[in-house]
Ligand binder design. Structure first.
Ligand code: RFL
Ligand code: PHB
Length: 389
């Protein structure tokens, strides 16, 4: 089997890259370790920056997103009973769009399948060879047996636990990592959202986030211990913990019900440099992870896809390899700013087990400053709606 660009991973990065390259006349094959149903069952991101919305529109995926995506002109930060509304429209002349990653992925699969794209599911034992030479190959197993995919370039879109990053020799890359001493317990529930904007809340009991997917589907998170298990949390215990962490006015109007999904995600900041080795290019979670506090993971994956697709189009259409040579530096320049923002939001809004009385005072002072300073709110708004590509 042969293609121009072999894409490892059929999550949002791999699918968006495949769709964008297809529209530019570049052939791809996507190799995905799991089944399509499994990929679509993962509940993840919910907030899309304008850059990602524009990319999806350019990729021919605007119709349902326009119909069902909800524009949000602001968000609420709550510290105990103190509320700060961050006005994106006023401070950044922009909005974000609430539209689930599951729906983005579903739209991408539909579009790719409508074009008879080559998507191979449930591949195992993926091995990349020759990425540092002129003729890279990807070998893998399917139910039918061993296969080899020859290609010009490989896009490693296989997430944090994938094989692509690990193929780059350890001596040629530098990993930067910060692991946080807590996780997020998230639930999905068929109840109306408690508010029409997201609420990022911090209290003496820890962080909570009130988010949503649509007017009848809510997504809530609370900070939890790293050794917590979702099964240990009854629905009642979850709702109780959430109510105690959000301002009283919201706690009183919160509509609760049975949860339809409950999972725990650890929080981590991670970047590998460079994001390229020979003809192998990393995109999205394969190269970097952010804690979800700033809603940046999917959006940063999307800017990587933008830079890489532009670079590959430059190569195939204009014979210009400058974009490929500069891919890693260009992507990392934006990635580090999203890392900084996500780390800052995480530090501002969570309770850390080793936090001293002084650290708590610093957090309080930062929230007080934010509530009084328009420029500080503008900085938050500018980062939240997404820095330009
Ligand atoms: P993914 O989504 O992990 O997809 C990688 C795919 O590669 C497959 N794979 C392999 N395939 C072939 N061979 C192998 N050896 C393979 N190994 C793995 C996997 O099965 C998978 O299908 O990475 P991608 O495409 O880079 O997308 C990244 C995003 O999924 C991620 O950054 C976001 O979900 C992060 N995130 C959020 N991002 C936002 O922008 N806004 C948010 O509001 C937001 N909220 C979140 C989040 C992530 C969360 N969790 C669970 C980590 C909330 C949560 C709770
Ligand atoms: C979500 O809706 O899943 C979500 C929203 C905002 C975040 C993280 C997750 O910062």
């Amino acid at each position: 089997m042969r293609t121009q660009v072999a894409i490892i991973g059929g999550g949002p990065s791999g699918l968006l890259l495949s769709q964008t390259l297809h529209r530019a006349g570049i052939d791809t094959v996507v190799l995905e370790r799991r089944s399509k149903a499994h990929v679509l069952s993962r509940i993840r991101a919910g907030v899309l920056e304008r850059g990602l919305v524009a990319q999806l529109e350019d990729a021919g995926l605007g119709a349902r997103l326009q119909r069902e995506g909800q524009p949000h002109d602001g968000t609420v930060l709550a510290h105990g009973e103190r509320e700060i509304r961050i006005d994106f429209a006023r401070h950044a002349a922009a909005h974000v769009t609430v539209y689930g990653q599951t729906e983005v992925t579903r739209d991408l699969y539909r579009a790719r399948e409508a074009m008879d794209a080559r998507l191979i599911f449930e591949v195992e034992d993926v091995v990349i060879t020759g990425a540092d030479g002129p003729s890279p190959e990807v070998s893998f197993q399917t139910a039918e047996g061993a296969r080899t995919l020859a290609c010009d370039y490989i896009a490693g879109c296989d997430g944090f636990h994938g094989v692509s990053r690990k193929t780059i020799p350890q001596t040629l890359r530098q990993d930067y990592e910060k692991v946080y001493p807590f996780g997020w317990l998230g639930v999905l529930s068929e109840t109306p959202p408690v508010h029409d904007e997201l609420i990022y809340a911090t209290s003496a009991l820890g962080f909570a986030l009130c988010s949503m997917r649509n007017p009848t589907l809510s997504r809530y998170y609370i900070q939890c211990r790293l050794d917590d298990r979702p099964e240990a949390w009854s629905d009642d215990a979850f709702w109780d913990a959430l109510r105690r962490r959000i301002p009283a006015a919201y706690a009183e109007t919160l509509v609760t019900g049975p949860t339809i999904e409950k999972s725990i995600a650890p929080l981590r900041s991670f970047v590998t440099e460079p994001m390229q080795w020979g003809r192998l290019f990393l995109c999205g979670d394969a190269a970097h992870i952010v804690p979800p506090t700033g809603a940046k993971g999917l959006n940063t994956a999307a800017s990587d896809v933008y830079y890489l697709s532009q670079a590959l189009i430059g190569h195939y259409k204009d014979g210009d390899d400058a974009g490929l040579r500069g891919y890693s530096d260009r992507a990392l320049a934006r990635v580090w700013k999203a890392e900084r923002f996500s780390w800052w939001m995480t530090r501002l809004l969570h309770r850390f087990p080793d936090q001293t009385a002084f650290d708590l005072k610093m957090q309080e002072a930062e929230v007080a400053f934010l509530s009084e300073s328009e420029p500080a709110q503008a900085v938050l708004a500018e980062n939240y709606v997404g820095l330009p590509y």
